[in-house]
Design a protein around this ligand. Structure first.
Ligand SMILES: Cc1cc2nc3c(=O)[nH]c(=O)nc-3n(C[C@H](O)[C@H](O)[C@H](O)COP(=O)(O)O)c2cc1C
Length: 202
């Protein structure tokens, strides 16, 4: 099949998000200028380069109270955010923090998660997650949305500090069988990294 994206795909459900898979989940903690803490998952998330390490996440649509979603707003307003990595054990808690709730709600409390202080930035980390990337905001790029009043916001950050729980380090390397990061597929589907193969470069 082929379809132009300005037209309907002809399938029961939009296939786009099922094609670029799996997408890692950046579980973004941030806080607003008054210190109100926020936590939400983003699967339009990735590392974009390694030296220095940088990441991005893309926020589309709006917050239930209007304007852009909190994670993008806070990252830009305060210049800081943390990417916590979601794992198999944390899947339900991660999902709970995606609920559309008023700005005043602290999603750490909503999902029963423990905030741990960061070292270099103000937003707290998710203590239960084995990996945290402390980030400073670099740039937010506005991409035109279908609704001209609500562009997609692509937030870029520089990773200034990385926490790795010792439990996922084995022989000096990250042990995926212990880490077990989850990632987003399309529809309501996810996957978990439980299968690794190695190839040497030519
Ligand atoms: C696994 C998962 C991935 C998500 N990825 C995105 C995403 O990439 N972009 C986005 O705008 N919303 C995404 N969402 C929805 C947001 O998490 C949700 O809108 C949330 O309420 C935003 O919170 P915030 O306003 O506190 O940032 C995702 C939800 C889930 C469960």
């Amino acid at each position: 099949m082929f379809y132009e994206t300005k037209n309907h795909h002809g399938l029961e459900r939009n296939p786009f998000k099922s094609l670029i898979v799996p997408r890692p989940i950046g579980w973004i903690s941030s806080q607003d200028r008054d210190g109100v803490v926020n936590l939400a998952p983003y699967s339009f998330f990735n590392g974009v380069c390694s030296d220095p390490p940088m990441v991005m996440f893309a926020s589309e649509g709006t917050h239930m109270e209007g304007d852009s979603k909190d994670s993008a707003t806070n990252a830009q307003a305060t210049g800081e955010f943390v990417c916590n990595l979601a794992t198999w054990e944390l899947r339900e808690a991660m999902n709970a923090t995606s609920e559309h709730v008023p700005r005043s709600v602290n999603e750490f409390e909503l999902a029963g998660l423990t905030p741990a202080p960061s070292r270099l930035v103000k937003p707290p980390r998710v203590k239960e997650s084995p990996v945290h990337l402390e980030c400073t905001h670099l740039q937010t790029v506005q991409l035109p949305g279908n609704d001209p009043e609500h562009p997609t916001l692509v937030v870029f950050g520089k990773v200034v500090g990385i926490h790795i729980d010792e439990s996922i380090i084995s022989d000096g390397m990250i042990d995926m069988s212990v880490f077990k990061p989850i990632a987003r597929l399309g529809y309501m589907d996810y996957t978990v990294v439980d299968n690794v193969f190695t190839m040497l470069r030519p």
